[in-house]
Design a protein. Sequence first.
Length: 141
Amino acid sequence: MTRSRTVSGLGGAAAAVAVVGLIAWASPAQAQMGRTDGSTLFRSYCGSCHGAGAKGDGPLAEHLRVRPPDLTQIAKNKGGTFPADEVRQTIDGRKPLPGHGGGDMPVWGEAFKESGTGQSEAEVQERIDALVQYIQSIQAE
């Protein structure tokens, strides 16, 4: 069973359709091209909720039960150290971290694996690593 962000009302249905659409959207050629580019992956899979600037202000954010966090503040909120393993595990979602919320975010590890582009576990981890590196690169000073 795949966890997903809990949404409410008509906006919630639109948000759910948008997430499913994002997963199925990319053709195999497009998926291959952006497979390891963290910025492209972020825009494709994360931007609708977290926003283009990763501030938690994406177009679907207001329709979610829990507003997405400002991803540019992760290191600041962790005493100046970016917790790459924690971020990686949160994005993957298949082995949730205790105390890091419930099913408020899509389980991207599972979504990438089952996206229809035939991704191996190594390719899934490559995409997640690219997202982690991108998020680390946008941390506020």
